[in-house]
Design a protein around this ligand. Structure first.
Ligand code: ADP
Ligand code: MG
Length: 405
């Protein structure tokens, strides 16, 4: 990487107002935090700043209130669990900008923590409005972004504000970017990619960028059906984007051109039209019947994939290999995930994964904690994998050779 991330190393935050963008878009049930993973992820940065004597002001969005105050989308339910995790009081400001909020900020002592109300109650947030960013910046002396999952959006709290305050990456942001760099930026080779999921259409950019970086790429899930169809194979009533057959052939040619070995399913698990688990059977690609539906990769494919995982030093995975939500069509995903997890645990493989359904599939397989790194960032993870510049990340980087601002 020729871009250098500005971190808090060497920054003395004592007595300064540290405005920290965090991801507190947590699952809630009955207005209570149902899963505190994202709160825990923010702790290292908050604790580091508190230990350094900063006055910590947290800003976050929750859900999609679309620029209006929606009581049910308040961040207030976060205060108690966050305070319990920190072992310290957390104050709450009923708005993220304005005079009353300014007074709450002014009342903070060194080491105190204040959480601001949902940024998206104001339309200026998603509009990346400089005036709204200025209103936010009035409450800070420095800005720290710890929300990688929001970094693919140029919003006032992730982009515009970086033009107004000295800006740094927090600990979670740093860790995520380091993990992604280990997987794709500067990986131990050979690097194997696994891309599954449903649609080729949403992952064309991903496939093309990965082909440039990987030594081998295994394609599974619904999108593999489109590739099999593009090779002239019968896919019956499977999910298949037939209009993308040309694109699939172009991806295969692109892989050959860039010496990235493509692994397509050599057998599949099918069911009848209804797609239920009863009567699931294994077929070679040429044997799929016109009324059959491909719902998972077959055992020979898993065997070949596991051998490819054995040969790899680094694995990057996005997208399940089958309809893992409906057993027995979770078999291939779970088997390959467990194999990768075993190697990662014994230090033989760097295994990095991400994607909303991928995280669910790895959790289902019971291997979430065994992978080297699992990104829960969703859209930001995919855009990073696609090779795109994330505005919220670019704003925290210096080009090599440039000094700090
Ligand atoms: P992620 O969220 O990790 O990026 P995707 O959203 O691309 O993953 O894909 C996940 C979905 O793909 C799952 O809901 C799964 O059921 C579906 N899927 C996997 N294999 C098939 C298949 N053979 N046919 C239809 N859908 C599939
Ligand atoms: Mg998904």
């Amino acid at each position: 990487m020729d871009a250098i991330l500005r971190t808090l190393d060497g920054v003395d935050p004592r007595g300064r107002r540290a405005l920290v963008r965090v991801d507190f878009n947590v699952p809630m049930a009955d207005r209570a935090v149902a899963d505190d993973t994202r709160l825990r992820a923010a702790l290292p940065t908050i604790q580091r700043l508190r230990r350094g004597g900063a006055r910590v002001i947290l800003m976050a969005h929750f859900d999609r209130p679309k620029g209006k105050r929606v009581t049910a989308m308040s961040l207030a339910p976060v205060v108690a669990p966050l305070s319990a995790l920190l072992g310290a009081p957390v104050a709450f400001a009923e708005d993220c900008v304005g005079e009353a909020t300014g007074r709450e900020v002014a009342a903070l002592a060194d080491g105190d923590v204040l959480l601001l109300e949902n940024l998206r109650f104001h339309p200026g947030e998603e509009a990346n409005d400089p005036a709204f960013a200025a209103a936010l910046a009035r409450n800070g002396d420095l800005y720290i972004d710890d929300a990688f999952s929001a970094a693919h959006r140029a919003h006032a709290s992730t982009e515009a504000i970086t033009h107004l305050l000295p800006s740094y990456a927090g600990e979670a942001m740093r860790r995520e970017l380091e993990a992604l760099d280990t997987a794709l930026g500067n990986p131990r080779r050979p690097v194997l990619g696994v891309v599954g999921g449903s649609k080729v259409s949403t992952k064309l950019d991903l496939l093309r960028n990965l082909i440039l970086k990987l030594d081998a790429l295994a394609i599974g899930g619904g999108m593999a059906n489109t590739f099999l169809f593009a090779q002239g194979r019968e896919v019956g009533v499977s999910f298949c984007e037939k209009d993308l057959a040309g694109e699939a052939r172009a991806v295969m040619a692109f892989a050959a051109e860039h010496r990235c070995e493509l692994l397509l399913p050599i057998d599949v698990v099918v069911a009848g039209r209804a797609g239920s688990g009863d009567g699931a059977r294994v077929r070679r690609p040429g044997e799929v019947g016109g009324d059959e539906r491909i719902l998972d990769a077959g055992p020979a494919t898993v065997e070949a994939l596991n051998r490819a995982i054995d040969a790899a030093a680094t694995l990057v995975w996005n997208g399940p290999l089958g309809v893992f939500e409906t057993p027995p069509f979770d078999a291939a995903t779970s088997a390959a995930a467990r194999h990768a997890a075993h190697l990662a645990r014994s230090g033989k493989l760097i295994a990095v994964a991400g994607g909303g359904d991928t995280v669910a599939a790895l959790r289902h397989a019971g291997v979430l904690d065994d992978f080297t790194f699992v990104s829960t960032a969703g859209g930001a993870f995919l855009e990073w994998m696609e090779g795109k510049t994330l505005p919220g990340v670019a704003a925290l980087q210096d080009r090599a050779g440039e000094g700090k601002p």
